[in-house]
Write a protein that binds this ligand. Structure first.
Ligand code: ADP
Length: 483
């Protein structure tokens, strides 16, 4: 299949979150499966990595493109995704992308990404590339289906067989601009295709128009797809998503097993696998010693690696951890930064319980690996979690997750049943301190039942949430669009 992709991020070139990882993984694994994939990205002024290796694409240099009243000129550059043979295409347009940051609060922010989308279409034309699937990510690229149906409707020879997919990684960001932008976006002649009520309210949302016009819609887990149909999680998009429910699926993100595998992880004090967990005990000891906490094989270590924001539900721990640490021989190890109040809470916990709790403030990739391996339990009490990666890492590292039943956490963690020995973790229902306390109590009770615990750990390590597996769901979706 021929697949074109448009996104605002693609790791390692541009990344502020999970969007960048997914938009790098998809092309990588699609190409590995034998497909022809062309991802497009702006050549940002602050672009990391690869700038010196980029080469101009001959037939797409100094291309003037009219968008509404303005003409922007772009040139296309390319280089390979590091360590792969995947070509990544960069749209160079200094007037729009030479800024200090990937995202800006500048008044032309919407034009930056609308133009990226148009430049990707123009580039396909110049490269003679007819995509079977044009895959857009998040609001930045969400006008793609509409542009193909309007400004480029004339080019049936090139795009007549093209189907569009919009993946929504975060429905909270919708690219909503004033209705006055319709002219700038080149959509004035196509007003009849824009959402009338929105225009009447004086605004235009990129994401909404992607939801209206893409052939298929996806988000990053099955449960989150269902959640987004409700007002609580739909952020105003729920009525439109409900209207398109039959074209809307959730596909859980994969994990990169080249980076996240306890058998090969270079950050760990020792390596291990499901057949021999001796290395995991060494990792636990090394983790605790590194943080100045005493090791005891019998004392379980509860780990947290997270952005410290309200979404992650870590404030609920204020009502749970002080009592738990006072009463039980457990350890608590947290890594993260964000909310000042949460940082203060964790720092205070480490002060009050110097032999039981440790907190590392900041972003520290090696330590994140060491916590996944050295902890006995991994805690994610998220209020909402479109997909979540850490719970999948922790399954693989033999560190059963304790999670709230929401989004991707609900898709990937199966409650452990001690009678049957089935399940991979502990799943609680409510985003309350009582919910977290219940989940931890279940986990700590199971911890004491050593055969049950061994079974639980094995079950989790046997799970496969790798991209190798998850990419098949995207391929099946692409195939259905041409079925
Ligand atoms: P989100 O994208 O909402 O932050 P995910 O669970 O999907 O949550 O992904 C978070 C990723 O960021 C994981 O790979 C996790 O290990 C990493 N991470 C988060 N906080 C830190 C930190 N303080 N130090 C190192 N890695 C972190």
């Amino acid at each position: 299949m021929r697949i074109a992709q448009v996104s605002a991020e693609l790791a390692p070139f541009a990344k502020t979150g999970g969007l960048g990882d997914v938009c790098a993984a998809l092309p990588r694994y699609l190409v590995a499966a034998g497909h022809d994939v062309r991802p497009f990205l702006p050549l940002y002024g602050n672009l990391r990595a690869g700038r010196d290796r980029m080469v101009p694409v001959g037939y797409a240099q100094d291309v003037p493109v009219r968008l509404g009243p303005r003409t922007f000129t772009f040139s296309l550059f390319t280089t390979e995704l590091p360590g792969t043979s995947v070509p990544v295409y960069f749209v160079r347009c200094p007037a729009l992308y030479d800024r200090a940051a990937t995202y800006t609060a500048d008044p032309d922010e919407h034009l930056r990404f609308a133009f990226l989308t148009v430049a990707a279409i123009e580039s396909c034309q110049r490269m003679g590339f007819s995509p079977d699937v044009f895959h857009a990510h998040d609001w930045h690229a969400a006008l793609l289906p509409l542009y193909l149906n309007t400004l480029y409707a004339w080019d049936r020879a090139r795009f007549g067989g093209t189907r569009t997919v919009l993946t929504i990684h975060n429905v909270g960001y919708q690219g909503t601009v004033s209705a006055r932008a319709v002219d700038d976006l080149g959509l004035a002649p196509h007003r009849s295709l824009l959402h009338r009520d929105e225009l009447a309210r004086g605004r235009l949302s990129f994401l909404l128009h992607g939801i209206l016009y893409a052939n298929a819609l996806t988000t990053v887990s099955r449960t989150h797809a269902l959640e987004m149909l409700s007002p609580e999680h739909g952020m105003g998009m729920d009525p439109y998503l409900r209207a398109r429910a039959k074209d809307f699926v959730g596909i859980v993100n994969g994990i990169d097993t080249a980076i996240w595998s306890p058998a090969t992880d270079p950050h760990l004090a020792a390596r291990y696998d499901a057949d021999d967990l001796a290395g995991k005990a060494a990792c636990k000891r090394a983790l605790l010693e590194g943080l100045g906490l005493p090791y005891a094989a019998s004392a379980p270590v509860i780990g947290v690696v997270s952005r410290l924001t309200g979404q992650k539900g870590l404030d609920l721990l204020e009502g749970v951890l002080p009592d738990l640490l006072a009463a039980a021989d457990v350890r608590f190890v947290a890594l993260g930064s964000g909310d000042a109040r949460l940082e203060a809470f964790f720092a205070d916990l480490a002060r009050r319980f110097p032999s039981k709790a440790g907190f590392t403030r900041g972003y520290d990739e090696p330590l994140a690996h060491r916590i996944e391996a050295g902890a006995d339990l991994f805690l994610m009490p998220s209020r909402y979690e479109p997909c979540g990666l850490n719970q999948m890492y922790s399954l693989r590292y033999g560190t059963p997750p304790v999670v709230r039943r929401t989004g991707g956490l609900a898709d990937t963690v199966v409650p452990f049943d001690r009678r049957t020995g089935e399940g991979t973790g502990f799943v609680f229902e409510h985003a309350t301190a009582a919910g977290v306390a219940w989940g931890l109590k279940e986990a700590l009770t199971t911890w004491l039942d050593r055969p049950a615990w061994a079974r639980l750990v094995r079950n989790g390590m046997a799970q496969d949430w790798s991209w190798e597996t998850q990419i098949r769901h995207y391929l099946a979706l692409y195939a259905r669009l041409h079925g």
